[in-house]
Design a protein around this ligand. Structure first.
Ligand code: KG4
Ligand code: ZN
Length: 385
């Protein structure tokens, strides 16, 4: 079964075709990042206009690549992200998907973006050697979604049966990286540049002791979730601001050739690199600490991680240690499927095709869509709308 996926929840216009929920036959992603760089973050109005402009081109490129991969193949269904995300951006993808499904006379599936990120480790490319990653062998799993808008831990009983067991109470991990990079004058998006700097830096001093992001027991924002599975990054960001105010040379000193070269011809001072590595360690440390706690609470078979922040090299390595320590299998996506893409949307739809597709033709976007919390008696997210 070939499903055509469309994703426009934030700043990527993406279309893809995936066979039987696993094999990516075409995958086209147009990133708007250059359009948002001057503003230091995603501007919803610019995002939605760029989606409107680019979607015809991205859609036909994905369709052409599919036809080249499977000349006699047909599209059996269309799947689209309907939330969470920016409302004016989601609307563009949803309308394109409705038009495509109507034109092809196939069902339309509405997919939750975060749930789709959790499915990315199962994506494979045509020609990849067969793997031993059968879905039924991976559940129950601990799910970790780490992106620009989310940091959540989930109990994943099976595909489509999820409950939130922990989350950030304020900023998401990607947001914590993006805001730190902005504060340090390192541009947007922050995660990739902080990752590169921290990797290039050879520590020559103990890390700055930034807060560990652990919320206090009993605060109302926990909404019934255990504090030991939740994280708060807002104090960390404030601590960075205070540190830079007290040590202005972090931002302005230039060590010239003695600085840290993190990309060809790109350098930062050693003090800046030291602060960046310390900050990254605090964010990654908080995520991994909560993950270890969650892994100790019940016998999972795997740890499934998705979202743009799962590209972080330090996070990938410490999550491996955590998974090995708990005796569970770590499932991470290939780097090209960690950020936003439509292959994950098309893939997940295959496993949720029992959903009444026709209803999606009259569906609206759901910008604040969440996966229900275990504390609120959530669990089965089956139909998802
Ligand atoms: O999943 P994603 O592409 O979009 C959302 O759904 O939000 O995630 C984007 C986020 C951004 O905040 C970006 O800074 C972060 O992922 N990111 C990283 C890395 N690459 C992207 N964060 C840390 N290290 C990276 N290497
Ligand atoms: Zn995403």
């Amino acid at each position: 079964m070939n499903i055509f996926g469309i994703e426009t929840s934030c700043d990527e216009t993406a279309c893809a075709v995936v066979k039987d929920g696993r094999t990516v036959l075409s995958n086209v992603v147009y990133t708007q990042i250059p359009l948002h760089i001057p503003y230091g973050g995603v501007v919803p109005e610019i995002a939605s206009r760029a989606h409107v402009e680019k979607i015809p081109e991205v859609l036909s490129a994905a369709m052409s690549a599919f036809r080249a991969a499977e000349p006699s193949g047909a599209i059996d269904a269309v799947a689209v992200t309907y939330g969470p995300g920016l409302s004016p951006a989601l609307i563009v993808g949803l309308n394109a998907a409705k038009g495509l499904a109507a034109a092809l006379r196939v069902p339309l599936f509405a997919i939750n973006h975060i749930e789709a990120h959790l499915h990315t480790p199962f994506l494979r490319d045509a020609g990849d050697p067969p793997d031993d990653c059968a879905l039924e062998d991976c559940f129950p799993a601990l799910g970790l979604a780490v992106s620009g808008g989310h940091t959540n831990w989930f109990d994943l009983e099976d595909v489509g049966s999820y409950a939130t067991i922990g989350q950030t109470l304020d900023d998401a991990a990607g947001e914590a990286f993006d805001k730190a990079a902005k504060l340090l004058g390192l541009g947007y998006p922050g995660g990739p540049v902080l990752d590169k700097i921290a990797k290039a830096y050879v520590p020559d001093a103990p890390f700055v002791p930034f807060p560990k992001g652990r919320p206090r027991e009993g605060v109302a924002s926990l909404a019934g979730l255990p504090a030991e599975l939740c994280v708060s990054f807002s104090g960390l960001k404030t601590a960075l601001l205070r540190y830079v105010e007290a040590n202005p040379s972090v931002k302005y000193s230039d060590d010239g050739a003695d600085g840290v070269e993190y990309a060809p011809g790109r350098r930062v001072s050693r003090r800046m690199a030291h602060v960046v590595a310390s900050y990254q360690e605090a964010v990654v440390g908080a995520i991994v600490d909560r993950t270890r706690t969650a892994l100790s609470r019940r016998p999972y078979r795997s740890l499934i991680v998705g979202g743009g922040v799962s590209l972080n090299s330090r996070l990938r390595s410490v999550l491996k240690d955590a998974a090995d320590g708990a005796g569970v299998r770590l499932l991470l996506a290939k780097p090209k499927y960690c950020g936003d893409n439509a292959a994950m949307i098309a893939a997940l739809a295959y496993f949720k095709r029992d959903f009444e597709g026709g209803a999606a033709m009259s569906l609206d976007v759901s910008p604040s869509l969440e996966i229900p919390s275990a504390a609120q008696g959530g669990g089965d997210n089956g139909g998802n709308c």
